[in-house]
Design a protein around this ligand. Structure first.
Ligand code: SF4
Ligand code: FES
Length: 250
């Protein structure tokens, strides 16, 4: 396939960016989207030009490092799929593909398609953890947890922190990300000790980072590569209201 790529180039967060056009020739349908960009970059390097910066790590849909807006869709056209798992067979010879970074005030552009998502780390540091006393390993059966409960918690824990939910939301809200982290811990008894403090601290940190609020339109759920439902946002809101009115244990 031969494709026309319109790719966002930006030197740093302080310099205005622009879309630049590149031709990707001899693209195999079996290539992943990121492999296609690797080939484009090899061509640029051979011409002594600046390679296009983009993030990736596992390239297996696990780590959450990759994140591109492809033709206006966070992670591209395949549902439940990270952009590293998107394949070029999804496109046709002669297609034009526009590739942009996540766009949100709380995710400033570092370079080209790379954004700074450390705001998510600060939200997790504010409360997305459980405190554990050091000592011998506890008995695995000391806290019985039903299969239904553990599966529901793991369905929320599957969030990879990619930030697509923020990129797709017109309010740049981090509610699906936070809702999945808070649900995961609120569902399990180990998370109950810090439950009240956690939800308040994480929401306050998200506000301080410049993320918006949720208007329940579901774009986040539609682009989430792990297909995390917005029911997690409802659970987070219930946790928050209960925390504010003292209905959770201190
Ligand atoms: S909720 Fe989904 S889209 Fe948002 S950070 Fe987690 S995995 Fe990514
Ligand atoms: S590179 Fe790890 S999820 Fe895409």
């Amino acid at each position: 396939m031969r494709l026309l790529l319109k790719i966002w180039r930006q030197v740093d967060r302080y310099t205005p960016g622009r879309l630049e056009e590149y031709t990707a020739a001899d693209v195999s349908p079996d290539m992943s989207f990121l492999e296609m960009l690797d080939v484009v970059n090899e061509g640029l390097v051979l011409q002594a030009k600046d390679a296009i910066a983009f993030d990736s790590d596992c390239r297996e849909g696990i780590c959450g490092m990759c994140g591109l807006v492809v033709n206006g869709l966070a992670h591209g056209p395949d549902r439940g799929t990270t952009v590293c798992q998107l394949h070029m067979r999804r496109f046709k010879d002669g297609d034009t593909i526009t590739i942009e970074p996540w766009r949100a005030k709380a995710f400033p552009v570092v370079k080209d398609l790379v954004v700074d998502r450390s705001a998510f780390d600060r939200i997790i540091a504010a409360g997305g953890y459980v405190s554990v006393n050091c000592g011998g390993a506890p008995d695995g059966n000391a806290i019985p947890i039903s299969k239904d409960l553990s599966e529901a918690a793991m369905d929320s824990a599957i969030c990879i922190g990619c930030g697509a939910c923020v990129a797709a939301c017109k309010n740049a809200s981090a509610h699906l990300f936070m809702g999945s982290k808070i649900s995961h811990l609120a569902l399990l008894p180990q998370g109950h000790v810090e439950r009240r403090r956690r939800v308040v601290a994480m929401i306050e940190q998200a506000d301080a980072e410049g993320f918006g609020s949720c208007s329940n339109e579901g774009e986040c759920e539609a682009v989430c590569p792990k297909e995390i439902p917005i029911a997690n946002i409802a659970r987070m809101t219930r946790e928050y209201v209960k925390a504010l009115f003292g209905a959770l244990e201190k």
